[in-house]
Design a protein around this ligand. Structure first.
Ligand code: AMP
Ligand code: GLY
Length: 420
């Protein structure tokens, strides 16, 4: 099977790593890919948000299966175009991708599906939005409706912050994404991520994870795309996961099917858990980054079989082979991230690190300059390890970090603290 993965981050490196271990995989191309994937895949230049270009590229390279990593091509309808061309594709249609691309849409689907989530209202005008905030009081959560690269959510602990957020969003701070705002009840509890495959009908859980969104130790500092993650998430016990599937995810998938827009792909449910009950915070229509890295570390080669069964609408026949293991990933980021940071700084000491089923350094933002590995993004490396326990996995990951010589990078030293 010839496979094309779309994307360029650590998520896509881990997908490529898992897929390449499956004997079914003959040829693997990642577009655009990055410097870390050289030995397992060909990297190609391609506009991944242009469905017609993806189809042309896939035909020219005899691709059988396209796996879409990030949300932007999904929201742009790339999976629709690829499927319409008769190719197998892993990733939802643009209509189904609205579960991430529009928060108002998701809330409305949750209402229809009777799925527990925060109470809300949505607005396109500032005055009624502000009236609603004054009436509800703080804490309260203000969200830009559309895709805002993870920056469109303000958890306001006081009313003034909430009112300012409305002015910012409706004032154009997030462009089109903020032309509508969703205002939500503030939910208390512990957050965890639940990953499931859906073929439109059957839903198959493939793992749980927790990430660390703040930049610095002790969950301090600015919000980031994620500074580390681990799997499984102990807070998502078997009971709570079963409830989340029965009360939230399956009803959502059923509702999408009923509307004639079946959901096909991975569904990443962000949950808030309190007193043993899960509520939905948000859906993402792709794997999390860096959560994907820990899921792939645990699933290995079977990830390809599962994604294929999902795309071929045969999830009812699929089974996940679970090991009783733990995985952790620690993000090494460029100093300054998530603010401004230098590019092109040299990274050394990676070549000699073990790369096997227990240890992997996934690359998120690297390139090669005159044969030297350099940083080319904010989040740069995902140092990932597996173990019989979380503490074993953690020790392995941090031991690997000790070997990496990158004075211009930083990382959190407390990834996994909540579960340890
Ligand atoms: P989202 O982009 O929707 O995941 O929101 C980003 C983060 O904001 C989430 O991971 C939560 O930590 C927080 N958040 C979002 N919605 C709520 C809510 N209704 N109550 C409390 N926290 C929330
Ligand atoms: N790590 C959070 C996300 O991928 O959205």
């Amino acid at each position: 099977m010839n496979i094309l993965i779309l994307g360029s981050g650590g998520r896509e490196h881990s997908l490529a790593w898992a897929v390449s271990q499956n004997p079914k995989c003959d040829k693997l191309i990642v577009a655009p890919g990055n410097a870390g994937m050289d030995d397992i895949a060909d990297c190609a230049v391609l506009d991944i948000e242009d469905g017609a270009a993806v189809v042309d590229f896939a035909s020219a390279h005899s691709i059988d299966f396209v796996i879409v990593g990030p949300e932007a091509p999904l929201a742009a309808g790339v999976a629709d175009t690829v499927r319409a061309a008769g190719l197998l594709c892993f990733g939802p249609s643009a209509e189904a991708a609205k579960l991430e691309a529009s928060k108002a849409f998701t809330k409305e689907v949750c209402d229809a599906a009777n799925a527990p989530t925060a109470a809300y209202a949505h607005f396109t005008e500032a005055a009624p939005a502000k009236d609603y905030i004054r009436q509800q009081g703080a804490p309260i959560v203000i969200k830009a409706d559309g895709l805002a690269a993870g920056k469109g959510v303000i958890v306001a602990m006081d009313e003034a912050t909430a009112l300012d957020a409305v002015d910012d969003m409706l004032g154009g701070a997030f462009g089109e994404a903020g032309a509508e705002v969703v205002i939500e009840e503030f939910m208390e509890g512990e957050e965890a991520s639940f990953f499931l495959l859906s073929d439109g009908k059957t839903v198959l859980p493939i793992g749980t994870a927790q990430d660390h969104k703040r930049a610095f130790d002790g969950d301090t500092g600015p919000n980031t795309g994620g500074m580390g993650a681990y799997s499984p998430a102990p807070v998502l016990s078997e009971d709570i996961a079963a409830r989340a599937l029965a009360e939230i995810v399956q009803p959502t998938v059923d509702e999408m099917a009923k509307r004639g827009t079946p959901y096909q792909g991975v569904l990443y449910a962000g949950l808030m858990i309190k007193d043993g009950a899960p509520r939905l915070v948000e859906y993402n229509v792709r794997f999390g980054d860096p959560e994907c890295q820990v899921l792939m570390m645990r699933l290995g080669a079977q990830a390809l079989d599962l994604m294929q069964a999902c795309a071929e609408e045969r999830l009812n026949e699929a089974q996940v082979q679970w090991a009783d293991d733990h995985a952790i990933t620690v993000v090494m980021a460029a100093k300054g991230y998530p603010g401004s940071y230098d590019k092109g700084t040299a990274i050394k000491g990676i070549d000699t690190l073990p790369e096997d089923s227990m240890n992997m350094v996934f690359h998120a933002g690297t390139s090669l300059k005159d044969g030297q590995l350099v940083a080319s993004g904010g989040r740069v490396l995902n140092v990932t390890a597996r173990g019989a326990s979380l503490s074993e996995a953690r020790d392995r990951a941090y031991a690997a970090i000790d070997q990496i010589d990158w004075p211009d990078g930083f990382y959190r030293k407390d990834i996994g603290w909540r579960a340890l």
